[in-house]
Design a protein around this ligand. Sequence first.
Ligand SMILES: *[C@@H]1O[C@H](CO)[C@@H](O)[C@H](O)[C@H]1NC(C)=O
Length: 142
Amino acid sequence: MKLLVLLLLVGVANAMYYSNCELASTLQAAGMDGYNGVSLANWVCLAFSESSYNTQAIDYDSDGSTDYGIFQINDRWWCSNGVFPSYNGCGISCSELMTDNISADIACAKIIVDQQGISAWVGWQNNCEGQDVSQYIAGCSL
Ligand SMILES: *[C@@H]1O[C@H](CO)[C@@H](O)[C@H](O)[C@H]1NC(C)=O
């Protein structure tokens, strides 16, 4: 029993990966369900496609730019890492997108979808657009 409790605590402390339902609840609480016409299931599908729900995902693009966090937000346009030339449309440091608290990621995603629509995310286009995405929130208590 003690071991089980310890394992659970360790699991929480290292929680870098959301489950689909945890992410759905967090996004819903942040007003993302239907934000700019994008359903909650589409947001969850987008996050799965882009990062597999990893809050600290980082990927390097062929143009030299980098994508950060659960929504894989790019440093050419939306955040600044202080080195790569950035338009910094969200007015944030990219490191804010690499924490387990995804409130900065959500705020920036809202700005992106306001300006460019959900198609700004290639992962969404490739894996969610025109698909039945209901499975991403199926069985979640929301
Ligand atoms: C996440 O960060 C935001 C903004 O800094 C803060 O308001 C909020 O309380 C944080 N949430 C948690 C669970 O720490």
